[in-house]
Design a protein around this ligand. Structure first.
Ligand SMILES: Cc1cc2nc3c(=O)[nH]c(=O)nc-3n(C[C@H](O)[C@H](O)[C@H](O)COP(=O)(O)O)c2cc1C
Length: 120
């Protein structure tokens, strides 16, 4: 594949959530469902983290496909403050077998963040 690219961005969810919500939020569930179908068709792979009302997503694939998805994602009102943190050409994928792996921020992750002095 030419111009294999990995892009990472962070953003804030715009949906209201209760502090004690456990499990996958319906909004995130819908995003994942659609993403997995689209990404398979477009040769894209990656991972989506969601926690504390924020998204962190890594998308891998042919450069044009990655940038075209980024344009759609930037216009999506389900999140805001989209900031691209990294975009680079890569030799191989890290999430080759995932149309979009999902990881919720769990207790162990919170403990790690707290041990480093971060609240979230
Ligand atoms: C945090 C977040 C992550 C998303 N990730 C993807 C993704 O990996 N693939 C995808 O096709 N759409 C993703 N979307 C949805 C797109 O913004 C857009 O709604 C969708 O691609 C439109 O698909 P369609 O052109 O087939 O209607 C994401 C949306 C959000 C808010």
């Amino acid at each position: 594949m030419k111009n294999l690219t990995r892009l990472v961005y962070i953003s804030r969810s715009t949906s209201v959530r209760s502090e004690n919500f456990k499990g996958i939020e319906p909004t995130v569930g819908r995003i994942l469902l659609k993403s997995r179908i689209n990404n398979r068709n477009n040769g894209l792979t990656g991972v989506l983290y969601f926690g504390d009302g924020c998204f962190f997503q890594c998308i891998e694939g042919e450069e044009e496909a990655v940038l075209s998805l980024l344009r759609k994602i930037k216009n999506d009102s389900r999140h805001s403050d989209i900031t691209v943190r990294s975009r680079k050409l890569i030799k191989e994928r890290s999430f080759g077998s995932w149309e979009m792996k999902f990881v919720a921020i769990e207790e162990s992750m919170k403990e790690l963040l707290e041990s480093r002095g971060y609240k979230r």
